[in-house]
Design a protein around this ligand. Sequence first.
Ligand SMILES: [Zn+2]
Length: 83
Amino acid sequence: MPTTDPLIRLFEDSRRPARCRGCEARIEFFETRSGKQMPMNAGAVPRKSESDPHTRRVIAFYAAADSHWATCPAADDFGRKGK
Ligand SMILES: [Zn+2]
């Protein structure tokens, strides 16, 4: 069974450097297509990118594993429950 690598679609032009309140790591916030903020680990490289036909903004496809939520040692502080 092939392993699928889940990707997150984020607006590249919404990149905003920040620092994690949980572990103080450098992160970058991106806006998702649904308008939410997604913290990514700084230096995460998109797997691919494409131009959104509706907004003409660049959508970058990042690996879900590069999300700071996936790696933050203090992720529980974000209020995530379960798993
Ligand atoms: Zn963190």
